[in-house]
Design a binder for this molecule. Structure first.
Ligand SMILES: Cc1cc2nc3c(=O)[nH]c(=O)nc-3n(C[C@H](O)[C@H](O)[C@H](O)COP(=O)(O)OP(=O)(O)OC[C@H]3O[C@@H](n4cnc5c(N)ncnc54)[C@H](O)[C@@H]3O)c2cc1C
Ligand code: SF4
Length: 513
């Protein structure tokens, strides 16, 4: 056995070319990357997601090779491919007689457990190494909130701003406030044109044929000659630059807006590039602040603060929540919801315009922006009482950026309140009122947004009241919800009865709404 031979594993979401591992080729080191059924099949993924991950992995391997690194890249259809990480590792270690194994710490609990177990069975020495991607370590958030009942994002975010000296003026927040949210969040009013999304035209025809030949089951659609998502660092930077040039100046203002005019509005669409680590969060924040500093007349502080909060605040916070609450987070079901996810989540075929728009673009582009995920599709699943396992499975499959460490806390905790309120003070549910306030959907809908019951009444309305009524014992003492129960109690009992009857009727035919 050659004493100095090291095998280093790189997972599909660890494409961080700035990592210290890759700074200069080392003749003793060989990198291993693998396309495996274990990862294509643990949930049914959007076809664009499978293509984008594999194309980005292939591009990364090629780049490493060009820089002089030794790489073993296993394609999905390679006859030697064992289709599991463990199987492939054991074979490589044996065949090539490596003396040591190293891997980058996985961000998914599932893979973390698996690799920890595999490593312990090896006859060679091994080590797990940081991915050098996040601002925080896994345990930081847990330590920060130790002994607290709730994990408040805002206090974590302030600490991050101070610690990393981002948008600070000494020890005070730049602009005099930590949070400019109240000035953000307007409905789209046509005042400024929406930028055309920057789309790439990556040809993944061969890869797509391989996937089809291999029988991998996917969801959604793709034009295999024009994959729109970035597959390397340079494309990721181009996408970021396009956002900084065209989107940042209105980012905060229209962050929560929804419109049938555009599927991406002023959003950055960099989550895939970030989650695969092709982009580094510090690189994104630095570039955004540099742009803002140069253009302070056209880009207001609330836009840059709003954007920085998403990355330095929400993204790191969700990662901390994940590591603090796993593996329990994967099973919680506070409301004991049991309904099946309606079929239209997989087809987009529903008469509800808001749902049709959000689901339709999710299936077409593997993307919906935050408020569509939270206040349309997530809101509806929660109101309808869908089992959180099914909701998770859908979110984990459908989005280009869906990796469990960020999908699960957003879906299970924030959107479905299945953690019983550790992350959010109250469930994110709404009737048609909020959807109409933030979008142009209701004016184009077959349902009437103002009707709480009766023919063509909006399903969100009666299901909203039904949700609060059926969970009254669990929610009535929540100080942020008291007003809701007072409003309900002021309603005429006959009206209450009609609303609840309507909800029952809609729940019975959930699949055909
Ligand atoms: C039910 C649900 C499921 C979600 N699943 C995922 C997921 O699987 N993967 C994922 O990356 N995000 C997820 N999010 C968070 C958020 O919706 C996406 O990060 C965002 O829509 C990505 O699009 P963007 O790059 O255009 O974001 P922008 O709106 O332009 O925001 C910029 C960046 O901020 C970060 N960010 C913003 N909000 C969040 C958040 N709540 N949590 C973590 N990071 C955030 C993202 O990295 C994003 O790229 C989910 C949200 C909900 C409500
Ligand atoms: S009326 Fe109801 S179902 Fe239709 S778009 Fe508005 S909120 Fe959605």
């Amino acid at each position: 056995m050659a004493e100095d031979k090291i095998l280093r594993l790189i997972l599909g979401d660890q494409l961080n070319e700035k990592h210290s591992w890759f700074q200069k080729p080392d003749p003793a080191v060989t990198y291993a990357m693998m396309e495996i059924r274990q990862e294509t099949d643990y949930v049914k993924h959007h076809v664009q997601k499978v293509m984008a991950f594999f194309a980005a992995m292939r591009a990364f391997a090629e780049k490493l090779k060009k820089k002089g690194h030794a790489v073993i890249y296993l394609r999905l259809d390679d006859t030697k491919n064992q289709q599991t990480i463990e199987g492939n590792l054991q074979r490589m270690l044996k065949e090539r007689q490596f003396a040591r194994f190293e891997y980058l710490l996985p961000d998914e609990y599932r893979l973390d457990v698996e690799l920890g177990k595999v490593a312990k069975t090896l006859s060679v020495s091994w080590a797990a190494v940081d991915t050098e991607h996040f601002f925080t370590q896994r345990q930081d958030l847990q330590d920060f909130f130790s002994g607290k009942k709730r994990y408040v994002m805002e206090s974590f975010y302030r600490r991050m701003r101070k610690k990393h000296d981002i948008l600070m003026d000494g020890d005070k927040p730049l602009g005099g406030r930590w949070n400019f949210d109240v000035e953000n969040r307007r409905r789209y009013d046509g005042r400024v044109p929406i930028p055309k999304p920057k789309l790439f035209r990556n040809d993944v025809k061969d890869l797509h044929q391989m996937i089809e030949r291999s029988g991998v089951k996917t969801i959604g659609t793709i034009d295999p000659q024009n994959l729109i998502w970035p597959i390397n660092h340079s494309q990721s930077q181009t996408l970021l630059s396009a956002f900084l040039k065209h989107g940042l100046k209105e980012f905060g203002t229209y962050q929560d807006a929804m419109t049938t005019e555009s599927w991406s509005l002023f959003h950055a669409r960099i989550s895939f590039a970030l989650n695969t680590k092709m982009l580094h969060p510090l690189e994104v924040i630095d570039a955004a602040i540099r742009t803002w500093e140069k253009k302070q007349r056209s880009i207001k502080i609330q836009q840059i603060e709003g954007f920085v909060r998403q990355i330095l605040g929400w993204r790191e916070y969700m990662r901390g929540i994940y590591w603090a609450l796993m593996p329990k987070l994967g099973h919680v079901n506070f409301f004991n919801h049991k309904a099946a996810l309606p079929e239209y989540y997989w087809t987009g075929q529903t008469k509800m315009q808001c749902m049709r728009a959000a689901l339709g673009q999710s299936l077409e582009h593997a993307y919906a922006h935050h408020i569509q995920r939270l206040m349309v599709t997530g809101n509806f699943a929660l109101l309808a009482g869908v089992h959180p396992d099914q909701v998770d499975e859908w979110y984990l499959g459908v989005y280009i950026d869906a990796v469990q460490w960020v999908e699960l806390p957003n879906t299970r905790a924030m959107s479905q309140w299945a953690d019983g309120g550790l992350v959010a003070t109250k469930p994110y549910v709404s009737s048609a009122n909020y959807i109409n306030k933030m979008s142009d959907y209701c004016s184009q809908c077959a349902y009437h947004r103002q009707k709480p019951y009766g023919e063509a009444s909006c399903p969100f309305n009666c299901l909203f009241w039904d949700f609060f009524k059926r969970h009254q014992p669990k929610l009535q003492n929540n100080p942020r919800i008291g007003l809701m129960y007072r409003t309900w109690n002021r309603k005429d009992p006959k009206e209450q009865k009609r609303i609840l009857k309507q909800a029952e009727s809609y729940k019975r035919k959930l699949d055909s709404l």
